[in-house]
Design a protein around this ligand. Structure first.
Ligand code: AMP
Ligand code: MG
Length: 341
C-alpha cells in the first residue's frame, strides 16, 4: 500500500499556566521571555532576571544544539553518522549519544535510537505517509539495534544501513542545556516550554510552585495540573503526530522497535516527571512502547521518577509522589494511584 493519508496533526501536549502577574510586582525582577523556533517547535524561555543578557547565550546554544542533532540538516553530526560507517562528532553530540545508548539499555530496547529507517519508511519524516508491507519492515528491522552503535571517544561506528534518530530524547536534552545556562547565570526562577515539554527552574517569584497543565490525550482539554519546581515534565502523546490509514486505523509516530510498527497497546499518553530532561524524554517514549503493565513494573523497580499513563479506556495511572501534587481537572477519567494496583 502506498497511498497518501491525511496531513500530520501536531498538538501541544502540555502547556504552562503563566503566573499571576500581580504576584510578581513585589519582585524587582521581571518576567522576560524569548521564543526560538527550533527542533520543529517553538521553544519559549521565560525567566525572572535583570537585564535579558542571558537570552542571547541561550538562543545561540539552542541553534548550536539543533545544528548538531538535526536529522534533516545535511551538515549536522547526526547526518554525518547516518551517511557513514564511522564519523567523529562534537563533544556534546557524543554526550547525547552516550546517554541515549545508556537509556536504550535501561529500557531494554523499548527506546531504540536506531529506529530511524523505520520512522522514515512510514513517512513520518516527510508527511508522505504509507503503511509498509511486512517484508519491507522485516528487512528494515535488520538495521534497528542500538547495540550495534559503537561509541569510541567521539567516534560513532555503525553498520551499513543503520541510522540514528535522536527525536525521542532531543527536546528533553535541550531543556537540560538551557537549564544549565540559566542556573550558571544565577537565575533561580523560570520556566522553559519546549513545544509542550516543560522544564521548571525554581519556583515562581511569589514562592509558589509552577503550575504545569497536562493536556487530556485527545488534545482538547486539560487532564490536570502538576505543581512543579526544578524538574522536567515531558509527555509522549500518540496524538501529537499521526495519520489515519486506509482501514481507518490511527498510526502514530511512536514505534515498537520489536515490530517496526506504531505502538498499539492501549496507551495514549505518558507523562514523565524527573530531574534529568533527557532521561524523562527517553522514558516517556519507552514507557509508551512498554504498555501500562510493563511500565508500572518498570517504575516499581526504579522509583526515581514520576509518571502519568493515560489509556484509551480513559484510565489514568499516576505514581504516588505525583498524585500528591496533581490537581485533577476532568471527571472523564478514572484515576488509579500506582502503588495501590
Ligand atoms: P517522543 O515524542 O519523545 O515520544 O519521541 C517520538 C519520536 O521519536 C518519533 O517522532 C520518532 O522520531 C522517534 N521514535 C519513535 N519511536 C521510537 C522508539 N521506540 N525509540 C526511539 N525513538 C523513537
Ligand atoms: Mg521522548
Amino acid at each position: 500500500m502506498n497511498s497518501k493519508f491525511r496531513p500530520v496533526v501536531i498538538i501541544i501536549a502540555v502547556m504552562i499556566l503563566l503566573p499571576n502577574l500581580t504576584g510578581c510586582s513585589k519582585s524587582r525582577k521581571k518576567l522576560t521571555e524569548r521564543t526560538v523556533f527550533a527542533m520543529d517547535t517553538y521553544i519559549k524561555v521565560s525567566l525572572y532576571e535583570d537585564d535579558g543578557s542571558v537570552f542571547d547565550e541561550i538562543e545561540e546554544s539552542i541553534r548550536e544544539t539543533e545544528s548538531r542533532l538535526s536529522v534533516t540538516d545535511p551538515d549536522s553530526d547526526i547526518s554525518g553518522v547516518n551517511k557513514a560507517n564511522e564519523y567523529t562528532v562534537s563533544d556534546n553530540t557524543a554526550g547525547v549519544i552516550k546517554r541515549a545508548l545508556e537509556l536504550c539499555e535501561e529500557t531494554d530496547g523499548a527506546l531504540d535510537i536506531s529506529i530511524y529507517p523505520v520512522v522514515k519508511q512510514w513517512g513520518f519524516t516527510t508527511g508522505e505517509y504509507q503503511v509498509p508491507d511486512d517484508g519491507t519492515l522485516k528487512e528494515l528491522l535488520k538495521y534497528v539495534d542500538y547495540k550495534k552503535i559503537i561509541l569510541d571517544g567521539n567516534t560513532v561506528r555503525t553498520e551499513d544501513g543503520m541510522e540514528i534518530d535522536p527525536g525521542a530524547v532531543g527536546k528533553g536534552y535541550m531543556g537540560d542545556v538551557i537549564a544549565e545556562i540559566v542556573e550558571r547565570h544565577g537565575i533561580s526562577s523560570g520556566i522553559i516550554d519546549l513545544g509542550g515539554n516543560i522544564r521548571t527552574i525554581g519556583k515562581r517569584s511569589d514562592g509558589s510552585d509552577w503550575r504545569v497543565a497536562v493536556r487530556s490525550p485527545d488534545g482538547t482539554g486539560i487532564l490536570g495540573i502538576i505543581l512543579s519546581s526544578d524538574e522536567s515534565v515531558i509527555t509522549s502523546g500518540g496524538y501529537e503526530r499521526y495519520f489515519i490509514d486506509n482501514d481507518g486505523n490511527i498510526r502514530w509516530h511512536i514505534m515498537d522497535p520489536s515490530t517496526g510498527s506504531p505502538v498499539s497497546n492501549g496507551v495514549v499518553s505518558v507523562t514523565v516527571v524527573g530531574s534529568e530532561g533527557i532521561r524523562c524524554d527517553a522514558l516517556s517514549t519507552a514507557l509508551f512502547v512498554m504498555g501500562k503493565d510493563d511500565a508500572v513494573s518498570f517504575w516499581k523497580k526504579k522509583r526515581d521518577f514520576d509518571m502519568i499513563i493515560v489509556t484509551s479506556s480513559n484510565e489514568v495511572y499516576i505514581t504516588p509522589g505525583l498524585a500528591e501534587r496533581f490537581e485533577q481537572s476532568s471527571d472523564d477519567f478514572r484515576y488509579y494511584v500506582i502503588e495501590n494496583i
